[in-house]
Design a protein around this ligand. Structure first.
Ligand code: NDP
Ligand code: GDR
Length: 370
């Protein structure tokens, strides 16, 4: 039985990857952070009681900023494969917490690589590093391939650039099987709520159900190459099964504006919207509502711009060329953007209906001193 260690197991990708590897018969270990409230919602369905025999899924407390913890866990677990997914992964937040982001995303990666070296496991343990299309930043070439030069545009991307190169360096210097997956944006129903796609599908669901009036976004002109996380985590595993350790671009090859993601999400609920105005004055209104379940009058304002969501430096366009992954590893994504949005909207509409039932049933959270 192969043993895998996943950092960032409580995140979107960590949750999908855990389930995927368990289905493949792996023993899976995940590192989670201590938190004052449960943070395992995404993996609760695969949690195994440590008191039962024949356990396959193990959770350990740890942190990417704690070398001693990482060394001890890797020594104890003796993983055949490490998937380093833990990161402060929010680009905008990285401008607020640049030092912490560097510590976790850049030095954290070094800590993993060096722990494996220190323990003499260079020949045993294969390492996947969660690299990102954010490395391309101020884009030098469209579409972006494994050969496109990097120009990071945020503390997050700069930290991930260190992580990218230290992974390459440890591969070349110590012969380690360490690979970068340069993954473009991938989303899902369990995407973090503050990333733009999930923010949109949540808000659209709440608006059509009458739980919210309107919502606010930043730059609607940014273009992203959005895929489904389920397709991308499969690729992480394939990268570590390859004959040689290499770096890989994973992307759909199609790019879409944030504005069009909004339009398509409303359309999924049967609502046509139109945009008016320019720059910070741009707004979106309901044009027509074909779904009789929803009471949305034509002309209702549903979206405005809030400059607080603008970034000090933006990445305008990302679109990846995954030819290498397709040709050498046979990777073909199952979801296109329409199918991704359908999946996210169905899930968020269900979630928000639950909230609606609770609200209609008279349940509300009271103030502690009420
Ligand atoms: P998430 O933000 O959903 O998950 C990040 C995970 O890292 C969470 O489990 C989080 O724990 C954990 N984490 C954060 N800081 C620390 C720390 N200091 N020590 C230990 N764990 C920590 O990210 P995704 O699942 O979307 O992405 C996975 C990886 O892939 C990340 O490295 C991201 O940067 C990268 N990536 C993501 C892409 C995407 O589009 N999703 C594209 C390209 C790269 P907690 O739950 O406690 O917060
Ligand atoms: P990104 O994803 O920065 O590409 O990083 P995000 O969804 O945060 O932003 C995508 C684009 O949408 C614009 N935008 C907004 N973004 C957010 N979050 N909130 C808003 O209100 C909003 N309005 C407009 C942004 O300006 C941006 O252009 C994600 C993360 O998962 C990274 O960890 C990963 O490395 C990259 O994808 C690939």
């Amino acid at each position: 039985m192969k043993v895998a260690l996943i950092t960032g197991v409580t995140g979107q990708d960590g949750a999908y990857l855990s389930e995927f590897l368990l289905k493949k018969g792996y023993e899976v270990h995940g590192i989670k952070r201590r938190s004052s409230i449960f943070n395992t919602e995404r993996i609760d369905h695969i949690y195994e009681d440590p008191h039962v025999e024949d356990q396959h899924f193990f959770l350990h407390y740890g942190d990417m900023t704690d070398s001693t913890n990482l060394i001890r866990l890797i020594q104890q677990i003796q993983p055949d494969e490490i998937y380093n997914l833990a990161a402060m992964s929010h680009v905008h937040v990285s401008f607020e917490t640049p030092e912490y982001t560097a510590n976790t995303d850049a030095l954290g990666t070094l800590r993993i690589l060096d722990a494996v070296r220190l323990l003499g496991m260079e020949r045993k343990t294969r390492i996947y590093q969660a690299s990102t299309s954010e490395l391309y930043g101020k884009v030098q070439e469209v579409p972006q391939t494994e050969k496109t030069p990097f120009y990071p545009r945020s503390p997050y991307a700069v930290a991930k650039m260190y992580a990218y190169w230290i992974t390459v360096n440890y591969r070349e210097a110590y012969g380690m099987f360490a690979c970068n997956g340069i993954l473009f944006n991938h989303e899902s129903p369990i995407r973090g709520e503050t990333f733009v796609t999930r923010k949109i599908t949540r808000a659209v669901s709440r608006i059509v159900l009458g739980l919210q009036d309107k919502f606010y976004l930043g730059n609607l002109d940014a273009k992203r190459d959005w895929g489904h996380a389920k397709d991308y985590i499969r690729m992480m595993w394939m990268i570590l099964q390859a004959d040689e350790a290499e770096d890989w671009v994973i992307a759909t090859g199609k790019t879409t504006k944030v504005r069009d993601f909004v339009r398509m999400s409303f359309a999924e609920a049967g609502v046509e919207i139109e945009f008016e105005g320019e720059g910070v004055d741009e707004k979106a209104f309901v044009k027509s509502c074909k779904n009789e379940k929803y009471q949305l009058p034509a002309g209702k304002e549903v979206l405005s711009i809030d400059p607080r969501y603008f970034r000090p430096t933006e990445v305008d366009i990302l679109v990846g060329d995954a030819t290498k992954a397709r040709e050498k590893l046979g990777w073909v994504p199952k979801y296109d953007l329409q199918a991704l949005i359908k999946d996210m909207m169905e899930s968020d509409l269900k979630l928000m209906q639950k909230e609606q039932y609770l609200r209609d049933g008279g349940y509300r959270i009271k103030n502690y001193f009420e």
